[in-house]
Design a protein around this ligand. Structure first.
Ligand code: KIV
Ligand code: NA
Length: 275
C-alpha cells in the first residue's frame, strides 16, 4: 500500500501520480487492477452516480456507503474520501465526528477538504488528530453557488497570487497533498514548484505532480457532456446502449433465451407434466 511518504517521493522523483475516482465495488476493482496509484471516492458521486446537478446534496452517509463499497473492491490501493458539503464547517466537534466516521467506516487513508481560509484550522486539527488531509483548491465545486458557476480560477494575477498563497497555507497546516482544479497550467506549474507536497491536477495542465479524473468521464459512462480538460478513453455509453438495445430486441423476437441458456428436464418426464 502506498503511503503519503511514498507519494512525496514520487514528486521528488518526478514519477507522475495517477489518481482516479471510484464509487462502488466494480469501479474500484477495475481501477485497482489497472494500476492507478490512488483512488478518490469523490463527492462527484452525487452527480455521476446519484444524478444530482451539483455535489451540494451529498451527505456523510452517502460518502460512507460508497466508500465502504470502494474499499471492498480495492483493498490494496491508497484511498482518499471526500468530506461532503458543510460536513467540516459548522463546528469543530461535528467536523471531528464526521471525519472519525469517514475514516473508521470506510478504511480511507486520508480525507479531502475543499478550500483554505476557515478550513485551514480544520486541516491543522485533523492532521494533529491523525487524519491525513488532502486539500482541494482552484475550482471547488462545493462552493459553486459562491463562485457563480464551474469556471477556471486564477486567470488574473490577483486571483493567481491568492491561490498561490492558499496553496502555501494548506501545506503549512499539514495537508499531505493538494488537488488543484481548473486553473491555468502556468499557475499550476508555479504552485507545483512552490510546494513540497504533491500537487494533483484536474484541468490544470501537465506541470503538476499527478493527474486525477472522474471515472465516468474517462470511460464516458452515463455522462453526456465532457469538460474540456477530460480525455475520453472509451465510449461506454455507446457500448452499453448497443448491448442493451440488442437484449431488448432479442427478448421481443424470442431469440433470447436460446436452448443454450436454458435448463432441460429428462425427455421421458415431460408427458407427465401434462398429467
Ligand atoms: O469529487 C471529485 O471527483 C473530485 C475530483 C474532481 C478532484 O473532487
Ligand atoms: Na470532490
Amino acid at each position: 500500500m502506498l503511503t503519503h511518504t511514498k507519494l512525496k517521493k514520487m514528486k521528488e522523483e518526478k514519477d507522475p501520480i495517477v489518481m482516479l475516482t471510484a464509487y462502488d465495488y466494480p469501479s474500484a476493482k477495475l481501477a485497482e487492477s489497472s494500476g492507478v496509484d490512488m483512488i478518490l471516492v469523490g463527492d462527484s458521486l452525487g452527480m455521476v452516480v446519484l444524478g444530482y446537478d451539483s455535489t451540494i446534496p451529498v451527505t456523510v452517509e452517502d460518502m460512507v456507503h460508497h466508500g465502504k463499497a470502494v474499499r471492498r473492491g480495492a483493498k490494496e490501493t491508497y484511498m482518499v474520501v471526500d468530506m461532503p458539503f458543510m460536513s467540516y464547517h459548522s463546528s469543530l466537534s461535528e467536523t471531528m465526528d464526521n471525519a472519525k466516521r469517514l475514516m473508521q467506516e470506510t478504511g480511507a487513508q486520508s480525507l479531502k477538504l475543499e478550500g483554505a481560509g476557515d478550513v485551514l484550522p480544520v486541516i491543522h486539527k485533523l492532521t494533529k488528530s491523525g487524519v491525513p488531509v488532502v486539500a482541494h483548491l482552484g475550482l471547488t465545486p462545493q462552493s459553486v453557488n459562491v463562485l457563480g458557476g464551474y469556471r477556471v480560477q486564477g486567470k488574473d494575477l490577483e486571483t493567481a497570487e491568492t491561490l498561490l498563497q492558499e496553496a502555501r497555507q494548506v501545506e503549512e497546516n499539514g495537508a499531505i497533498a493538494l488537488v488543484l482544479e481548473c486553473v491555468p497550467q502556468q499557475l499550476a506549474r508555479r504552485i507545483q514548484e512552490e510546494l513540497s507536497i504533491p500537487v494533483i491536477g484536474i484541468g490544470a495542465g501537465v506541470g503538476t505532480d499527478g493527474q486525477v479524473l472522474v471515472y465516468h468521464d474517462v470511460v464516458e459512462y452515463g455522462v453526456e457532456r465532457l469538460p474540456k480538460f477530460v480525455k475520453s478513453y472509451a465510449d461506454l455509453n455507446t457500448t452499453i446502449t448497443v448491448a442493451l438495445t440488442s437484449y431488448v430486441e432479442d427478448v421481443k423476437k424470442k431469440e433470447f433465451p436460446a436452448d443454450s441458456h436454458s435448463f432441460q428436464m429428462k425427455e421421458e418426464l415431460i408427458p407427465s407434466l401434462y398429467g
